[in-house]
Design a binder for this molecule. Structure first.
Ligand SMILES: [Zn+2]
Length: 377
């Protein structure tokens, strides 16, 4: 990760580059600011610059073995600490899940990490527990810091969400933050610095991150995510400078496209009474996760409502995308005052059944059959 890989945050980059150029690196730094603005990618870029033996000024060369190890989160002098669930667990036990999440995107938030943790742990009931940085972790940190660096340069310890440390854990770290071993750099990365203990705050140099501007966001969405400029600026305006939210929004938009196709397919197949194809249709949706099935049913309810309203010829009452509106011009007349309540009712019953773990194939096939009858009304 290089500074140039990070969206915006020019002031922060300059602040960090200055430290590197002047070889005056603060040994305990607090990267703080809202979620999804690039604090963790920046921490990694900074770590890479510190650990690269071929650094020129402030820039790592990106190609040497040390840089490659940092990029894979496998450099022996780069350590990560992050919240985990089991009370005796330490970060290293979950490092594979951590690496997998980074590989997916270096921009992530707590919600994303908790999902990764719960996927790693299977469908355990532990999902309701709040992940924490436990006391056992502080012992690990002290041990790692006491080792001499394996590559003969800096040691970097990135602590993500230090606000998830309890007092006991935090107290154990105070001394090392105050009098660190030579060439050790702590980077604390926090979304909620206001929750940190004053004793921790006072021992760190603060580096403030701000939300990304609409222009920065829009450009990133076009160059990194290949969005058209209209879509990019629409999303950029919706997400309050949070790139992780923007990534989530792209995902929702993609879902909506697929949901739309399946809704259209359902209505066509019902109209033509293609029972065998409807069974296939049900199977497709049955192969999804339950959560997505529920979202699809919510989407269907929205579209039915929109089509019913479409018949009143008051476009200002509709909020349809272009594709949806094109479809509604022909389809809306099939949703009328005789069947709209029935259709909505079947969709919400299906939703209830899915929530109660009834066989999804049965639920969706049953829904399709009832839809044939309802569309006749
Ligand atoms: Zn390098």
């Amino acid at each position: 990760m290089l500074f140039s890989d990070i969206i915006g945050q020019e002031e922060v980059k300059e602040q960090l580059r200055k430290q590197l150029r002047e070889e005056r690196v603060a040994h305990a730094q607090l990267f703080y600011g809202p979620e999804g603005v690039g604090k963790m990618p920046m921490a990694l870029a900074f770590a890479q610059a510190l650990l690269c033996p071929h650094r020129k000024g402030a820039e790592a060369d990106a190609t040497c073995p040390a840089c490659r190890m940092v990029a894979n989160l496998q450099h022996p002098d780069l350590h990560f600490v992050f919240p985990v669930i089991g009370a005796k667990d330490v970060s290293d036990q979950h490092i594979d899940a951590w690496r997998a999440m980074w590989k997916d995107s270096p921009y992530f938030d707590a919600q994303r990490w908790y999902r990764q943790l719960s996927e790693e742990g299977g469908k355990s009931s532990e999902g309701n527990q709040q992940p924490q940085i436990h006391v056992s972790e502080s012992e690990q940190i002290l041990r790692k810091i006491s080792l001499t660096s394996q590559q003969g340069g800096y040691k970097v310890m990135i602590i993500w969400q230090p606000e998830q440390m309890n007092v006991q854990t935090a107290n154990k770290l105070l001394k090392i933050l105050e009098e660190p071993t030579p060439r050790t750099v702590f980077i604390l990365v926090s979304d909620h610095a206001e929750r940190l203990l004053p004793t921790i705050l006072s021992r760190t140099q603060r580096v403030e991150f701000r939300p990304l501007s609409v222009a920065e966001m829009s450009e990133a969405l076009q160059t990194r995510n290949a969005l058209q400029s209209a879509d990019a600026s629409r999303i950029a305006r919706q997400v309050g400078g949070n790139y992780v939210r923007a990534l989530r929004q792209i995902h929702i938009d993609e879902d909506a496209e697929e949901f739309f196709d399946l809704f259209v397919q359902l209505m066509r197949l019902c109209y033509m009474r293609k029972i065998k194809d409807l069974y296939q249709w049900a199977e497709t949706i049955a192969s999804w996760k339950r959560e997505r099935q529920k979202h699809f049913l919510e989407y269907c309810q929205r579209l039915v409502r929109e089509n019913f309203v479409f018949n009143f010829g008051r476009p200002e009452l509709n909020s349809l995308s272009q594709r949806e509106a094109d479809f509604s011009r022909n389809f809306a007349r099939f949703v009328n005052e005789r069947n709209v309540m029935g259709i909505m009712n079947e969709l919400s019953l299906a939703q209830r059944d899915i929530a109660q773990n009834v066989s999804a194939r049965m639920v969706f096939f049953d829904l399709a059959i009832k839809m044939i009858m309802l569309l006749l009304k």
